[in-house]
Design a binder for this molecule. Structure first.
Ligand code: GTP
Ligand code: MG
Length: 276
């Protein structure tokens, strides 16, 4: 039995085969070149494993640890449909399970039904929510949510925002304004600015992330929809190209479908899919 295990572990695949499989995994061509640099003609699973793991570098660690600030405010943003609102519900659920109190801010005042969508999650999870009418100022919602959290001694604030492209100047000014207004409500807020990326979008999402980083600064990334793809090339882009920490990954539409990102687990899954 040991021998079977050993021989499987020692199976080697050719350089070109690996290169193609990585490209097929939706990893950016330039990143694939970085991965392959210096690898031998025949590559073992272990060799590929450690090379892929190295690619995470410093972004591997969440470089900005949670502070003790109360409330601890998280501002969530990203392109339309990336999974922001669902991720907020998942985070709220997670924090509740950790024994924290949570309040949500329905800062997407732009899209019809966005407020209702978050409201439904809030009732389902039994967490309070601050909301306004569609078309109202989303920074005012952020402000009110933080003030309410301060007044009631709530641990965590999570603020939803409207989907936006990194190229939409007005919407991005609005995002900058929300950040400033959060600071007025509480000096260090928002403690974490979280970009939500749709994991099925690959390189396009990564390019957008860079611009968002320039606009407001990103403290961490959450990659969603990794259930819909065995690929997740965006993961390498975010870590290797942008050097941003991936905090969590989402893998479904339900409140429990979130877990802390583990580079090791991700790399193991990827190499296992390549070596079979
Ligand atoms: N399969 C899968 N679907 C997801 C995941 N996260 C979100 N979704 C689905 O993706 C769709 C969009 O999710 P939302 O949370 O509404 O996305 P959003 O970024 O808030 O969208 P906008 O507010 O319109 O910008 C919904 O149908 C979600 O159920 C995930 O991890 N896996
Ligand atoms: Mg939304």
């Amino acid at each position: 039995m040991f021998d079977i295990f050993k021989s499987k572990k020692q199976t080697k695949l050719g350089f070109d085969d690996i290169e193609i499989k990585l490209i097929e995994s939706d990893i950016d061509y330039d990143i694939v070149q970085d991965i392959m640099r210096g690898l031998p003609k025949e590559i073992s699973q272990d060799q590929l494993n450690s090379r892929l793991y190295e690619m995470f570098g410093p972004a591997n660690n969440d470089t900005k640890p949670l502070t003790d600030d109360k409330p601890f405010v998280e501002l969530v943003f990203g392109v339309n449909g990336a999974g922001k609102t669902t991720t907020i519900a998942k985070l709220a659920n997670l924090y509740k399970q950790q024994g924290k109190t949570v309040i949500l801010g329905a800062g997407d005042t732009f899209r019809a039904a966005a407020i209702e969508q978050l409201d439904i999650w809030a009732s389902k999870l039994s967490v309070p929510i601050v909301k306004t009418q569609q078309g109202h100022d989303s920074s005012a919602v952020a402000y009110d949510t933080i003030c309410k959290a301060v007044a009631k001694g709530i641990d965590r604030v999570i603020i939803d925002t409207a989907g936006r492209l990194q190229t939409q100047k007005n919407l991005n000014k609005e995002l900058q304004k929300i950040v400033k207004v959060c600071q007025k409500a509480q000096q260090n807020a928002p403690q974490r600015k979280l970009l939500i990326i749709d994991g099925t979008q690959g390189g396009t999402a990564v390019a957008g992330a860079k611009e968002f980083h320039d606009i407001v600064g990103i403290d961490g990334v959450i990659i969603t929809k990794l259930d819909g793809t065995a690929k997740g090339g965006a993961v390498f882009g975010v870590s290797h190209t942008l050097g941003l920490p991936i905090l969590y990954v989402g893998y479904g539409e339900k409140q429990d479908d979130i877990k802390k990102f583990s580079p090791k687990e991700f790399v193991d899954d990827l190499t296992r899919s390549i070596y079979g």
